[in-house]
Write a protein that binds this ligand. Structure first.
Ligand code: IPD
Ligand code: CA
Ligand code: CA
Length: 264
């Protein structure tokens, strides 16, 4: 596994963050939750907040000049070149209902470029880790995207944004079309984990509109380091701030693109 360079967090530190936050999520999992509704952005529980507090404190104690972007408390400015993009709990609706498809997601950037990403699913104790140029791993074992060539044989995932103000009619239409062609379509409810599944070859592809940087910062690097492809719906290069994400094993990308690109 990768080594520590001066000023750059080690893989051990990044992994310890995800595991620590995952431990907090598991402690609260079976207990009644304090649920708050966020305007057009789903819900937040006491566990999201506690895991985020833990992550921010731990990062700033060890790397005090870090910049951090988090879902719940926003932006912490810093000037060390390190940028942490954090979703302390991805899949909050699942979590709040006891449905164990949720994770911690942390993407690390250095001087504007992706450096590392970790996604931890504490219920199954599966830890996905990727480092730029060094590959993607699941519980320490190298992972690669699937080799499925035909959309007809593919298992693909998607998600729907929370906003009740905007119509989902187009998304539903694309879902229907994809479902008619692909082997099957799933909507599990944690975009970060869905991307990790593409990296691990469990999904052949994934698409979703309206995701935020913290949903995808770790997942994009995982997919790319596992040999997959991440673009916008038109097949063009995207970033974690792009609003239309298409990720796949590369082989079915154009077929998926032809379907999802109907969403304007
Ligand atoms: C959500 C999940 C979900 C996706 C939503 C996200 P949250 O994140 O990733 O799968 O469909 O677009 O907002 O609110 O559970 O952190
Ligand atoms: Ca999220
Ligand atoms: Ca979240």
């Amino acid at each position: 596994m990768p080594v520590k360079k001066r000023g750059i967090p080690s893989s051990a530190f990044i992994i310890s963050l995800a595991k620590g936050a995952g431990g907090i999520l598991m402690k609260c999992f079976d207990k009644p939750h304090q649920i708050e509704v966020k305007p057009n952005a789903g819900i937040v529980t006491e566990a999201d907040k506690a895991a985020e507090r833990y992550l921010v404190n731990k990062i700033l104690r060890k790397f005090p000049k870090s910049s951090i972007v988090t879902e719940e408390t926003g932006e912490y400015p810093g000037d060390s070149g390190l940028l942490w993009v954090i979703d302390p709990l991805d899949g909050t609706s699942n979590y709040a209902h006891g449905f164990p498809w949720f994770c911690v997601s942390i993407g690390l950037y250095f001087e504007g470029k992706p450096k590392a990403g970790v996604i931890y699913q504490p219920f199954t104790r599966e830890l996905y880790y990727a480092e730029k140029g060094k590959g993607a791993f699941l519980n320490g074992k190298r992972i690669r995207v699937s080799k499925t060539k035909r959309l007809e044989e593919s298992l693909v995932g998607t998600g729907f944004y929370y906003s009740k103000a905007r119509s989902l009619a187009r998304e539903v239409d694309v879902f229907r079309q994809m479902n008619e062609i692909a082997l099957a379509v799933r909507r599990p409810g944690s975009a970060a984990l869905d991307l990790a599944c593409v990296a691990a070859g469990r999904f052949d592809g994934f698409w979703e509109r309206g995701l935020s940087s913290w949903d995808v910062a770790a997942g994009f690097l995982l997919v790319e380091e596992a040999g997959g492809k991440v673009t916008d719906y038109g097949g063009k290069e995207t970033s974690i701030f792009g609003k239309k994400c298409l990720a796949s094993n590369g082989r079915i990308h154009r077929r998926m693109q032809a379907i999802v690109n109907k969403i304007k």
